[in-house]
Design a protein around this ligand. Sequence first.
Ligand SMILES: Nc1ncnc2c1ncn2[C@@H]1O[C@H](COP(=O)(O)OP(=O)(O)OP(=O)(O)O)[C@@H](O)[C@H]1O
Ligand SMILES: [Mg+2]
Length: 264
Amino acid sequence: MSNLLEIRELNITLVENQRPIVKNVSFNVGKGRILGIIGESGSGKTLTSKAIMRLLNEKIFTVKGQVEFRGNNLLQMSEREIEGVMGKDISMIMQNPMTAFDPMMKIGKQIIETVKAHLPLSKKQAYDMGVQQLKKMNLNRVSEIMNSYPHTLSGGMLQRIMIAIALLLEPRIIIADEATTALDVSTQSIILDEFKKIQDKGISLIVVTHDFGVIAKVANDVIVMKDGEIIEDGTVHEIFYNPKTEYTKELLKARLLADEVSYA
Ligand SMILES: Nc1ncnc2c1ncn2[C@@H]1O[C@H](COP(=O)(O)OP(=O)(O)OP(=O)(O)O)[C@@H](O)[C@H]1O
Ligand SMILES: [Mg+2]
C-alpha cells in the first residue's frame, strides 16, 4: 500500500509557556484508505488536523515535525505553495461549521466561488454541481438553500453544505473533523456512505471522531489519541478485536456495536 500522507514526529507546543500539546505523533494515510482518529475531548485531534492543514496560528502554537505529501514537507512550504495545495489536493471539513462560511455571502455564491477557484468550470456548471451535491447530503429545497445567507440555516445544514463542498472538489485527501457528530443518525449514515463512495474514487480520508460507531462504519485504519499522544494504532479489525490498552477498551465498551464492524 502506498502512502499519500506521512506524518513524522509531529509536535505542537504552546508559544506562551512551551507546554507540549501534541507529542511525537507519527502516522500514515494510505492512498484510498480511510483513517479514523479517535480520542476523548482535548486529546489533540483537531490540533493535529489543523497542523497538517497549516491552519494553526504561529503566534499561539509552535509546530515541529514533518508532514510529507507527494514528496514535499507541507510544514516547510511557503504560504504561496501551501495555497496551491490546500482546497485542491487536501481539504478539511471543520468541526465548527458556523465559522467556515462568509456571513455576508449567500450559500450558492460561496459554493460557486469555491468550486471555480479549484476547477475549470463555468458559473452555471459550478452551480449545477453544487445543487446535485447538496441533494446527496439529504438536504431538501436545495435551490432555496443556495439562495440563503448562512445565519438563516441550522448548524446541521451548514455542516452538510461544508461536507458537500469538500466532496465536490474531489481532492486527494479530505480531513473530516467530527463532520457527522451534530447530525441525526439517518443523515449521519447517508453522509458516511458518501465518504465511502468518495473513497471508491481513490480519495483518502481522515475521519476525526470520539465515536467508535463512526470508525466501525467507515474506517480501515485507526489511531487512538490520549493527552496529545498516539497510544494505539492498527487496522479497524485489530483495534476492535484485540485492543491493547485499557483506554481503548473503555472507549470501545462505551460504544461498541459489533455488527457495525466493517472489515478492512
Ligand atoms: N488556543 C488554545 N490555547 C491553548 N490551548 C489550546 C488551544 N486550543 C486547544 N488547546 C488545548 O489543546 C488540547 C487539544 O485540543 P484539540 O482541540 O486538538 O482537542 P480535540 O481532541 O479535538 O477535542 P474535541 O473532541 O473536544 O474536539 C486541549 O487540551 C486544549 O486545551
Ligand atoms: Mg476537536
